[in-house]
Design a binder for this molecule. Structure first.
Ligand code: APR
Length: 236
């Protein structure tokens, strides 16, 4: 394996599972409780705004009841101590990476603690309840704020930056994701094509496991700290 300077890390719902936040496709998954079409598409928002706002208001409120876990904290330590380039790309819309201290972070699917105005396009920090129809802080319109979540069929955020990092990666690590949703599920291919070493840390094989050079299965609160300790203790 070549010297490691640039690390790109992809995280999914599995890294937040041990903090008590439901994953999407597990037995108790979020989608298990809702048909995706009912809550995570632009059509759903147009057809039944209250149900969509209620679903995301509940998930936003739940953030106050959970804490970052050892996996989030290990990645934050790596972010702090890694002298080279590092980027954490999370598919998660929770704020647990930030609360653990991660800084070099992109939310590719948006964030629960952000609102998006359908009138002016303004995005702003938001911690309240969208069902109350607050006014957009930028344009003042009411009944115009939606969750700042990338719905199915919409364009993920900051793909240019993410793809640029993947083409420079020496190491790509995928943590707690099923590999079911693109473009994130294709990142391992971009990293491999750039010559990066690829590692999957998950509870069980994902849809893309065969594409990884290395895999390690187990709970993220065990596998991620162990991997970070090894990486930071390796001279070079
Ligand atoms: N430790 C490590 N991995 C875990 C743990 C754990 N404690 N618990 C679950 N996992 C793994 C599961 O094995 C699964 O492969 O996390 C993965 C979660 O997969 P999904 O529920 O599909 O979540 P994710 O991959 O993040 O979904 C991607 O799909 O619905 C969209 O926008 C949504 O961002 C989400 C995207």
């Amino acid at each position: 394996m070549r010297d490691i300077h640039t690390i790109v890390i992809l995280t999914g719902a599995g890294i937040s599972a041990e903090s008590g936040l439901a994953t999407f496709r597990g037995p108790d998954g979020l989608w298990e409780g809702h048909r995706v079409e009912d809550v995570c598409t632009p059509e759903a928002l147009a057809r039944d705004r209250a149900t969509v706002l209620r679903f995301y208001d509940a998930r936003r409120a739940a953030l106050a009841t959970v804490q970052p876990n050892a996996a989030h904290r290990a990645l934050a330590r790596l972010d702090r101590d890694w002298p080279g380039t590092l980027l954490i790309v999370t598919q998660n819309v929770d704020d647990l990476h930030e609360r653990a201290g991660a800084r070099r972070l992109i939310h590719i699917h948006g964030e629960l603690l952000s609102s998006l105005c359908q009138s002016c396009g303004g995005r702003a920090s938001f911690a309240g309840t969208l069902l109350d129809d607050p006014a957009c802080p930028a344009c003042g319109r009411t009944a115009a704020l939606r969750p700042d979540i990338v719905f199915f069929g919409e364009i993920p955020y900051r793909m240019d930056e993410i793809e640029a990092a993947l083409t420079q990666a020496d190491l790509f690590v995928s943590i707690g994701t099923s590999g079911a949703v693109y473009p994130a599920a294709g990142f391992v291919r971009l990293a491999s094509a750039a010559g990066a070493h690829t590692l999957e840390l998950n509870l069980e094989p994902s849809a893309g496991s065969a594409l990884f050079d290395e895999v390690d299965y187990g709970p993220a609160t065990q596998s991620v700290p162990a991997w970070v300790d090894t990486l930071l203790s390796t001279p070079g």
